[in-house]
Design a protein around this ligand. Structure first.
Ligand code: SAM
Length: 270
């Protein structure tokens, strides 16, 4: 049984919405969306990125977001207004609820920040591969949590970051799935695979820097109970690391460098 480490509190939904604001324009720029395209967004969360893809494909296109959480779908409903081409449905990425639509019905299947939360990512990618037509695209975007650098270095924070990564592993999930995206696409049957990074970062000179710091502090805070219950770190070290990170952000050179992994493959014509 998969466990979603971030949960569905209103604070987490606020964090995820902010993450979308910080990242979506970069993610959109890597996609080749055109009017009329039919797009599937798996694990669509609050639906913000699905809505932005819907704006790109226009009223002659279609974007369907599939999401397992009712709480996320409730929030996603706000984006439906004025976008007849957009819809969401509740469902599981392991068994996409597409019986009425049929197989090979989409031009592009996309997922972002889902594969790191499932125990069998290959099964999810297999479902996405089935959903796209021959010649269509499968796009995977996910984290490799070692692609993260702070400057000036902050050893007290490194300790909690590694405990955070271990919290994925004790839940049976993979904090390094990003580096495997090309392999996942190839094993599913995709060819002509491209890979890239999406930059997620900022520095103390930028007005959005506090948003990045807050985002990172919040995901770690959410993992506190898993980290302490599984004795991945003493509570005191956890507190010290978070405190050090909060102080670090005021350093005039404070810089966050993080790279999100991105890969796109084509389903062969025959
Ligand atoms: C980190 S959020 C990312 C949401 C969105 N893709 C984005 O980038 O903003 C991951 C989402 O995947 C959903 N999820 C997790 N496991 C799932 C599954 N097996 N099937 C469908 N959705 C799932 C979670 O409920 C959550 O909303």
């Amino acid at each position: 049984m998969d466990q979603y480490i971030h949960g569905y509190t209103s604070e987490e939904q606020r964090r995820l919405a902010k993450l979308n604001e910080l990242l979506n324009f970069r993610c959109l720029s890597l996609l080749t969306l055109a009017p009329g395209m039919r797009v599937l967004d798996v694990g669509s969360g609050l639906g913000m990125f699905s809505a932005q893809m819907a704006d790109q494909v226009g009223p002659t296109g279609r974007v369907l977001g599939v999401e397992k959480s009712e709480a996320q779908l409730e929030r996603a409903a706000v984006w439906l207004e004025g976008r007849p081409q957009l819809s969401y449905r509740q469902g599981d990425a392991y068994h996409l609820p597409l019986k009425d639509i049929g197989v090979a019905a989409f031009d592009l299947a996309h997922t972002r920040f889902l594969l790191e939360h499932v125990q069998r990512p290959a099964r999810v990618v297999g479902q996405m591969f089935q959903a796209v037509r021959p010649g269509g695209q499968v796009v995977l975007v996910d984290d490799d949590h070692l692609r993260f650098t702070l400057y000036p270095e902050l050893p007290a924070f490194d300790v909690i970051w590694f405990a955070y990564l271990k919290s994925y592993e004790v839940m049976g999930n993979d904090p390094y799935v990003g580096r495997k995206l090309v392999a996942l696409l190839k094993n599913a049957g995709c060819r002509s695979i491209r890979n890239d990074f999406i930059f997620f970062g900022s520095n103390a000179d930028q007005s959005d820097f506090a948003d990045y710091v807050r985002n990172i502090a919040e995901i770690i805070e959410q993992a506190r109970s898993v980290i302490t219950e599984h004795r991945l770190l003493a509570e005191s070290e956890f507190e010290e690391g978070l405190r050090a990170f909060q102080q670090w952000q005021h350093h005039p050179h404070a810089t966050i460098w993080y790279q999100v992994c991105w890969a796109e493959g084509t389903k062969p014509e025959s």
